[in-house]
Write a protein that binds this ligand. Sequence first.
Ligand code: DAT
Ligand code: MG
Length: 150
Amino acid sequence: MSNEVTYVMVKPDGVQRGLVGEIIQRFERKGLQLVGLKQVVPSEEIARKHYAVHSERPFFSGLIKFITSGPVVCMAWSGIDAIGVARNLIGSTNGREAAPGTIRGDFGMDIGYNMIHGSDASETAEFELGLWFSEGLNEWTQDSISWIYE
Ligand code: DAT
Ligand code: MG
């Protein structure tokens, strides 16, 4: 049990479909703390770095084209076990298979257009936060925290 910060990103399909508020609300209500938030149109350079582990996969060029096609919303969320907690809120990769109650399970029907990204481990979270939030994150005291963790 340790405090973590995870990188979460609403992809262009989630922005286009007007799901940004819904997604932020789910993370906020859960009790995670927002420590970074911005909208950007990703460059090809940053997209390729972000998805470098998939560079040999057949869907890579389509994925880069999709992610750079319009604005995304970049977020950093902090909390105990935040990486796994966020992945659970997001759900499995293919929306048709993702569990109801998860973001992909409730709103998605596709594997590529799956609306949202979340870091999968502490090393990737650190890498992705450095990549997308090179300016740093915000430190602030969440006053409700004493009612979120016993
Ligand atoms: P996740 O986003 O659940 O961590 P991943 O890391 O395996 O999934 O893949 C990164 C993204 O690449 C995923 O969100 C959507 C896309 N993708 C993965 N597998 C795909 C496939 N078979 N066809 C098309 N896009 C795919
Ligand atoms: Mg992944």
